[in-house]
Ligand binder design. Structure first.
Ligand code: COA
Length: 172
């Protein structure tokens, strides 16, 4: 799967991305805004394990964001199961040197389109930590709507926090 965007390319992960994945993912500012299963520090072994997962997990569509020939970030869809099988959670992060250029918003828009058109999804959603204004903004720019606030629903970095639920459905 390869998509050309205006400032980046989206493509499948390859084992040769291990080094760049570990380098850009190894950032506390990224870790602080994602689930704890995203490791910190982020080692080469962690990168290798993640790339293997992208190749074996049938519910996961994970694409590398490639800029200047290297993988500098990730956009993903994790499909639900049972009655939630037409829904997916979107995940995204970008290497800090590339922030503020609109790369992630365009990547999210493209992946959402793929999720709806090629994979038959009806709903794509994300949970955002209360302090993550950049993520909320990118989701709104990518057409997501804030559906609610899940009060005191997460513990991150030693703090109990609210999470905002954002979603986009096919009719939006
Ligand atoms: C979220 C993330 C991907 C955004 O990347 P980015 O390159 O800055 O995204 P974009 O340039 O496409 O858009 C960012 C928007 O947020 C805005 N923004 C950035 N920081 C902000 C802040 N502190 N308060 C309010 N808005 C903010 C920017 O101004 C921009 O909006 P604009 O285009 O209207 O000016 C990046 O910060 C990241 O990787 N964060 C860590 C991982 C993460 O949070 N993942 C999402 C988990 S739900």
């Amino acid at each position: 799967m390869v998509f050309s965007l205006s400032k980046a390319r989206l493509r499948s992960w390859q084992m040769s991305d291990t080094e760049s994945l570990a380098r850009y993912a190894n950032n506390r500012k990224i870790w602080r805004n994602v689930r704890d299963r995203f490791p910190h520090p982020y080692t080469l072994a962690d990168a290798e394990a993640y790339i293997s997962t992208t190749q074996s997990d049938e519910l996961l569509i994970s694409l590398a964001i490639e800029v200047g020939g290297e993988a500098v970030g990730c956009v993903s869809l994790k499909r639900g199961q049972d009655v939630a099988r037409l829904s997916a959670e979107i995940g995204f992060w970008l290497g800090e040197p590339f922030w503020g250029r609109g790369i992630i918003t365009e990547a999210m828009e493209r992946l959402v389109e793929e999720g709806f058109d090629a994979h038959g999804l009806q709903r794509i959603y994300a949970y955002v930590f209360e302090w993550n204004l950049a993520s909320s903004r990118t989701l709104v720019k990518a057409g997501f709507v804030q559906e609610g606030c899940l009060r005191r629903s997460a513990i991150k970095d030693g703090q109990i926090i609210d999470q905002y639920l954002f979603a986009r459905i096919t009719q939006d």
